[in-house]
Design a binder for this molecule. Structure first.
Ligand SMILES: *Cc1c(COP(=O)(O)O)cnc(C)c1O
Length: 505
């Protein structure tokens, strides 16, 4: 940069813009490096101090500390802010990297992806249009192509990075609704709103499907009533015979089946619906076939278990959550379609942003395929990850996790203190403490007590869920560092709390 400009900038900084040193730009490189180093130190302290997954702090205890903070009175000192953030946040943050965090679908993240985060937020490209991202758009497209290929889609396929599985599922339902309406009723929902018979549209899911499908139906004006839940079999997979019965019944009642959603890896059990059977039924009744592989996309990474999601390639659309199963920081997800023309259903051309003539001139504007406008370059994290660790390296993590989950299932099955509900295709196990020989206690109560004790002490975190109205505990194992010894030790703790409840009550 030329010195005259620098001097001008410096003098303006003194007289006009007292905070100019905080802007990310070439005159502040030193400040940038300095602060990033401090940020890194703060993360390192988090790693060094997180001896257990959670401090156990209660909202009440923590809320007190927020009372005297005046956001209109900046401290202006990084030392103070890092210290403040440590007491309010970092020291109580849930440590997903801790081997005894086995609660929700949160993975530990990989270092190359964190390196990418630094570039993503510093350079701050927005991936809506070519003129705001350039190479970023092409990198995203290449990662989408890669994902489509791993799914087994043909070259006609396409996709987009999204904020999460919920958004991807919403897009799947959106395309299903609009496609059906235009194809079978010659009614364009994008232009004209919902057709009169929209309240009769029906979408089929298993009772173990993610709630975001219902939410999507309600956002899309179909109402939650549009979602028909199909019972699962003993291993918590959609029963495809009951699916066909349900479709026929809805037709008999004058309703209009438009889509079926199969879950490849349910949130609670990690099991995969019979994709090939469901694909066949979807085809027979001309239904949109969406596969929610938010969790199960992990299996794309491993040759050993890839066969478990055979059939995913028949989908019209697929949800994958890289931030669930590819060890990516939030947010990083994908929505993939078999045929790129499906996106025409939602493309909107804005003169200022993505005028139609850009398409003719082959200028790629990703906003044409997204329901977001300004959009993070999350794809760069996956790029770094694949270039450094590779598919096989990530696949080894997944194989390790599945192995540990299998061992854990065996432990639970062989221990008379526990009742295990499922074997998992992935790594989620639903079980409960049930060592009550005289059946005098309410098992839901004991297990709720156990869960709250674990949370309060924070030495190990497990999740909870309800099955047939009963409360169960859940392990979601997503950390290749979690060993069977860790699981054993968590089970010992669970037994202690269980015994404690029985003794006291
Ligand atoms: C987590 C999950 C979702 C939602 O994904 P988010 O990224 O949390 O929005 C959807 N489907 C399944 C099966 C999930 O497990």
């Amino acid at each position: 940069m030329n010195t005259a400009i620098t001097e001008q900038a410096v003098s303006e900084k003194e007289f006009l813009f007292p905070n100019l040193e905080n802007l990310f730009c070439d005159i502040n490189i030193h400040e940038y490096q300095n602060v990033m180093y401090k940020a890194q130190e703060s993360v390192v302290s988090f790693l060094e101090e997180a001896h257990k997954p959670f401090s156990g702090v209660s909202p009440k205890e923590l809320r007190k500390q927020f009372e005297n903070i005046d956001l209109n009175d900046p401290t202006q000192s990084y030392e103070e802010v890092f210290e403040e953030v440590r007491t309010l946040y970092t020291q109580h943050a849930i440590a997903f990297h801790h081997p005894k965090y086995v609660a929700h679908l949160n993975c530990p993240v990989v270092i190359p992806a964190i390196a990418a985060e630094m570039l993503i937020s510093s350079i701050n490209s927005s991936l809506d249009t070519w003129d705001q991202s350039a190479g970023g758009t092409l990198m995203e497209q290449k990662l989408i192509e890669w994902t489509c290929k791993e799914i087994g889609f043909e070259r006609s396929s396409d996709g987009i990075f999204t904020s999460g599985g919920s958004q991807s599922n919403l897009m799947g339902m959106l395309l299903a609704r609009d496609y059906y309406s235009i194809k079978y009723f010659n009614h364009n929902i994008k232009k004209n709103g919902l057709p009169e018979n929209a309240h009769r549209f029906r979408v089929f899911v298993s009772e173990a499907a993610h709630f975001s499908i219902q939410k999507s139906a309600s956002i899309l004006g179909l109402g939650e009533q549009a979602v028909v839940k199909i019972k699962t079999d003993r291993s918590f997979r959609m029963n495809s015979i009951l699916l066909e019965d349900a479709i026929q019944k809805e037709i008999e009642n004058g309703n209009i089946p438009i889509a079926v959603v199969a879950t490849a890896g349910t949130t609670d059990f990690g099991n995969i619906d019979p994709l090939t059977n469901i694909a066949r039924i979807a085809k027979r009744y001309s239904l949109w076939f969406h596969v929610d592989a938010a969790y199960g996309c992990a299996l794309l990474l491993t040759e050993k278990y890839r066969h478990l999601i055979q059939g995913i390639e028949h989908a019209d659309s697929v949800t994958v959550d890289y931030h669930k199963s590819f060890f990516q920081p939030v947010s990083s997800s994908g929505f993939l379609v078999k045929d790129r023309n499906y996106f025409n259903l939602i493309t909107h051309y804005a003169d200022y942003l993505n005028p139609k003539d850009h398409d003719e001139n082959e200028i790629p504007n990703q906003v044409n395929k997204s329901i977001q406008t300004t959009r993070r370059f999350d794809a760069l994290k996956l790029w770094f990850t694949l270039r450094i660790i590779g598919k096989e390296g990530l696949g080894n993590y997944i194989e390790r996790i599945i192995y540990t989950a299998n061992e854990a299932a065996t432990l639970l099955e062989n221990d008379p203190h526990f009742e295990l509900l499922n074997r998992s295709d992935l790594s989620a196990l639903v079980f409960r403490y049930s060592a009550d020989p005289f059946k005098t206690f309410d098992l839901s109560r004991i297990n709720t007590f156990i869960k709250s004790q674990l949370y309060r002490h924070g030495n190990a975190l497990v999740a909870g869920t309800k099955v047939n109205g009963q409360f169960y505990l859940k392990f979601t194992i997503l950390n290749p560092l979690t060993t069977i010894e860790d699981i054993q030790s968590i089970l010992t703790t669970i037994k202690q709390y269980g015994n404690e409840y029985i003794e006291v009550n």
